[in-house]
Design a protein around this ligand. Structure first.
Ligand code: UFG
Length: 331
């Protein structure tokens, strides 16, 4: 099968592109390289273009003729979305709309969408099922929720159009094979910041808020290894091929760790007692996000393999050691 992957040069997209290649799919990555890297595309060709470029996008769909589109390209940093909401509504909501229009014009009707646990925001119950009330508390979550609404209406209006929306919880770690991992210039994610601090890139790790309504006062997240997440995308594609249905799936392990627990695990894995500093809350952070992924296990047959926080951190730590070399060597 031929798959167009937007954002395939980014962190999660590149892991999925690699896995698609290993499964024998023909892949084309469409990425503007704003946060992605050329070297991260380990399978298929890369078209460097923006989703705002309707002509370029149309050309790619016309010539490559994908059977499905997997859409990763997005802005994903919660605090940045609070500071710059238009970037998020533009990159995430408007650009997805552009993509869906172009797909319809060119007769492509299968879509896998990178959604997020941020759509739940202040969740009323933990763990969170897909039926939970959507209550995003930052523009990032709202931008993704709006796109999910568009997808739902589109699938209702056009019986040919089918989608799977995957609501990611906190994706972390790197491919254990070692060639790809997270490589943002200004990494903000907790596990990445922790291993970079251990490596000496930052003098200390800041802990954003210790007065949340959680057992130790810091936020709780459900950290999921990027390869387990990538595997769910392959299953989502199969689902779209087999079922005449659209569906939404949570992807997490069903248990959370506080920021302090992550710090402790990162110190243990790296063997470095890096300094931390407790600071005030970061804007837009919900206290707790933990997935109920029963539906993904039941409907997709998803069987996560790396449900182990220390292993996730270990792969992130090993990747940090290779990152500078990777960027110097092949960019
Ligand atoms: N945190 C710190 N210090 C840091 C970085 C993070 O204390 O240096 C805290 C945050 O305040 C938060 C937790 O660690 O409480 C996790 O923060 P991340 O930045 O790692 O991740 P987020 O939960 O903000 O967001 C991530 C993705 C989103 C996704 C969300 C789903 O970036 O795309 O997980 O839960 F929607």
């Amino acid at each position: 099968m031929r798959i167009l992957v937007t954002g395939g040069a980014g962190y999660i997209g590149s892991h999925v592109v690699k896995m698609l290649g290993e499964k024998g799919c023909e892949v084309l990555t469409y990425d503007n390289l704003s946060t992605g890297n050329r070297w991260a595309v380990l399978h298929g060709d890369l078209v460097v273009a923006d989703l705002g470029d309707a002509d370029g996008l149309g050309r790619v769909l016309r010539t490559f003729k994908p059977g499905a589109v997997m859409h990763f390209a997005a802005a994903i940093v919660v605090p940045e979305s609070v500071r710059d909401p238009l970037k998020y509504y533009g990159n995430n909501t408007v650009n997805t709309y552009n993509l869906l229009r172009a797909m319809r014009e060119h007769g492509v009707h299968r879509f896998v969408f990178s959604s997020t646990a941020a759509v739940y925001g202040l969740a009323r119950g933990i763990p969170i099922t897909e039926e939970s009330h959507l209550n995003p508390i930052n523009p990032y979550g709202t931008s993704k929720m709006m796109t999910e609404m568009v997808l739902k209406d589109l699938s209702f209006a056009d019986s040919r159009f089918r989608y799977v929306s995957l609501r990611y919880f906190n994706v972390a770690g790197a491919d254990p094979a070692g060639k790809i991992g997270q490589a943002y210039k200004d990494a903000t994610h907790l596990i990445t910041r922790a291993v970079k601090t251990a490596k000496g890139e930052f003098p200390r790790l800041q802990i954003y808020g210790t007065d949340y309504p959680t057992p130790d006062g810091t936020c709780i997240r459900d950290y999921i290894h990027v390869n387990d997440l990538a595997e769910a995308h392959i299953l989502a594609l199969e689902y779209l091929g087999e079922q005449d249905l659209s569906e939404i799936f949570n992807l997490g392990y069903g248990h959370g760790y506080s920021v302090l627990e992550v710090v402790e695990a990162a110190r243990k894995v790296t063997g470095i007692d890096f300094p931390v500093e407790e600071t005030g809350r970061r804007e837009g952070d919900p206290p707790s996000l933990v997935a109920d992924s029963t539906r993904a296990k039941r409907e997709l047959g998803w069987r996560p393999r790396y449900d182990n926080l220390e292993f996730i951190i270990k792969t992130a730590w090993e990747w940090e050691g290779r990152l500078a070399r990777e960027i110097r060597g092949t960019s």
